[in-house]
Design a protein around this ligand. Structure first.
Ligand SMILES: [Zn+2]
Ligand SMILES: [Zn+2]
Length: 111
């Protein structure tokens, strides 16, 4: 399944905030939607940074945008659904935003 091709338009003020938070990303990175191509809905999401890296509430912080619109930061839990392939040693978890459309994804695995 190819990825959604939507790219976030990050306003300058938001880019400045992200830089101030010292989020570990190259400043010219393209922020692409996490989801699959042709996912339902008009909201695109990708992780900005995980909780503890600057979020006041400890929640994960995401970039969310509608097609053609500017992205904003949203604090929201991650999905963290456990993959059925999990073992006692290690269980992959879904790294997308909670309540995302479609199947769960750990990158390598879908369920
Ligand atoms: Zn998308
Ligand atoms: Zn999930």
């Amino acid at each position: 399944m190819p990825d959604c091709s939507s790219i976030a338009i990050v306003p300058a003020e938001l880019a400045r905030q992200l830089a101030e938070l010292k989020v570990d990303y190259p400043p010219d990175e393209r922020w692409e939607c996490d989801f699959d191509a042709d996912h339902p809905g008009d909201e695109h999401w990708t992780i900005a940074f995980y909780g503890g890296a600057g979020a006041k509430t400890g929640e994960d912080v995401w970039l969310r945008w509608s097609t053609g619109g500017e992205a904003g930061l949203v604090e929201h839990p991650g999905c963290e659904s456990d993959a059925p392939s999990g073992t006692e040693e290690w269980t992959p978890t879904c790294y997308w935003v909670k309540d995302h459309p479609g199947l769960h994804s750990s990158g390598d695995e879908r369920w």
